[in-house]
Design a protein around this ligand. Structure first.
Ligand code: ZN
Length: 492
């Protein structure tokens, strides 16, 4: 190389470097080449083919959305725009027990599979087929994939209302083991959704053991966040303890008025259990939840917003109480007519949301539902809302700590050793944002609204978001888990 040849592809100058570890930010530059970070800090006379002066704006590792239902969205042309517009560069898909693979469903999928996609979405009988489809089409963000317990039940069980028989449990274990060999990061469950409500704790332990043996976590939407939330948390802790692996509690929350105020005791219980097992958790920064429309929540006085309905698409974005009044029926009867459908439930307590956000092990996960006609605003707003509303405006935590919850911490929890931090040699997943103006603009009325203040987003060194718009680039990778000994495990 001659002296005046650029040694880097790109140098970002004069940045406020927030490195993802929670350490105080520093002023400096960052250089990248071939999709990796090559220098950070005071980098002197290095030269690059292109340089950008960030004039003091923040430069952080790209955000890792640990809780997504992007299995189908990853395959769609603009499916990941809600995420890259927030600075997300890696998503963990296959949550809540519902992975798109390994499963074939003819016709319209039953709930809760509708959270991920409609007819034709579930067409990957083998986990490797889905991975190949992602790699063949190219993806805008990186993706780490979980294998879902509910998906395995739907694939294997003769009757999903019942616990798995020993033979069915064994068949699910084989499918999971193959999926993990083919790239799954761990096992997810959604034990309060119909195809999994009938599952036994023992069958979940058997599967969580398979995940643990390959170094993967058990990631759970627990048995219940409502009437029996305490017992459900105990079951999750028992399962991970018996399996001998790590536990991640999905969208930790205290649902319904009878549980308001329980965040602090539930976090204390998790901290106690953390003396025995490794436990992480995620949260979305809103006091309203969203999933499929559930009849048992109708007529309880709860405010419910309809997000989609197959037989009545015109009722999306309207409140269930108004629809019921207009039709002259109960909410439950209106709900029956709307199914299959989705809904937002205004049933969480803001104090609980903030207590969970403050916990040092809480990661940020959007739980966004990209398939919804009128989605919960968390799909487009989660990460800027934590940075702007909760960290800057309410002062819940320093900006550096907020960034850690969406970068370094999730990379550590999910074993991604070359992402989540600004380090030489790490993948150049990067976000440039303005700490003074970053904020979510998506609302319950207008949910499909990109955030403000996210200026540039790079995935593996390639620009995917700039000037308020997505580029057409698809530089994302399907990430592979690393085995406990650091090498990739193979099928035995
Ligand atoms: Zn869930």
């Amino acid at each position: 190389m001659t002296a005046d040849m650029p040694q880097d592809d790109l140098i970002l100058r004069n940045a406020r470097l927030i490195d993802g570890s929670g350490a105080p930010s520093i002023e400096g530059d960052l250089a990248i080449r071939d999709g990796r970070i090559t220098a950070i800090g005071q980098i002197g006379e290095r030269r690059a083919a292109r340089e950008i002066d960030l004039r003091g704006r923040a430069l952080a590792p790209g955000f890792i959305d640990v809780h997504t239902h992007d299995d189908g969205a990853l395959l769609q042309a603009d499916g990941m725009v809600p995420k890259i517009s927030q600075g997300v560069t890696t998503v963990i898909a296959g949550n809540c027990g519902i992975s798109i693979a390994p499963l074939s469903i003819e016709g319209t999928p039953p709930p809760p599979f509708t959270l991920v996609g409609g007819p034709g979405s579930f067409r990957f009988a083998r986990f490797a087929d889905y991975v190949a489809a992602l790699e063949g089409a190219g993806i805008a963000t990186n993706a780490a994939l979980l294998c879902g317990h509910t998906t395995l039940r739907q694939s294997v069980l003769a009757d999903t209302r019942l616990p798995a028989t020993p033979a069915e449990t064994e068949a699910m274990a084989v499918l999971l083991d193959v999926a993990m060999a083919e790239g799954a990061f761990g096992l997810s469950s959604g034990l309060d959704y119909p195809p999994a409500v009938g599952s036994s704790t023992d069958e979940v332990i058997a599967l969580a053991r398979i995940a643990a043996a390959r170094g993967g976590p058990y990631v759970t939407h627990t048995r219940n966040y409502f009437e029996t939330m305490d017992e459900a948390l105990e079951e999750a802790i028992d399962i991970a303890g018996a399996a001998g692996g790590r536990l991640v509690i999905s969208h930790h929350q205290c649902t319904g008025a009878m549980n308001h105020g329980k965040a602090v005791p539930s976090l204390a219980r998790i901290d106690r259990a953390r003396e025995e097992i490794e436990i992480g958790m995620d949260v979305y920064p809103y006091a309203a939840s969203s999933t499929v429309l559930r009849l048992e929540r109708c007529d309880t006085g709860l405010r419910i917003l309809v997000t989609w309905s197959d037989p009545h698409p015109e009722m999306a974005r309207r409140e269930l109480a108004d629809i019921a009044r207009e039709w002259g029926v109960s909410e439950r009867e209106a709900g029956i007519r709307l199914l299959p459908a989705g809904a937002v439930y205004f049933q969480l307590d803001e104090g609980d949301v903030q207590a969970i956000l403050r916990h040092p092990r809480t990661m940020i996960g959007s739980d966004g539902l990209p398939h919804d006609v009128h989605p919960h605003p968390r799909l487009w707003g989660t990460f800027p809302r934590v940075l702007g509303h909760y960290a800057r405006d309410l002062g819940l935590m320093p900006l550096e700590e907020a960034v850690r919850r969406m970068t370094g911490l999730p990379a550590e929890e999910f074993g991604m050793t070359d992402r989540g931090l600004l380090r030489v040699g790490h993948a150049a997943d990067l976000v440039v944002f303005d700490p003074a103006t970053v904020i979510d603009l998506a609302t319950f009325e207008d949910p499909d609204t990109p955030a403000r203040g996210i200026e540039e987003v790079f995935v593996n060194g390639t620009l995917v978001w700039t000037g308020g718009a997505a580029t057409a680039a698809r530089p994302g990778r399907v990430l592979r888990p690393e085995a406990p000994d650091g090498s990739r495990q193979r099928l035995s």
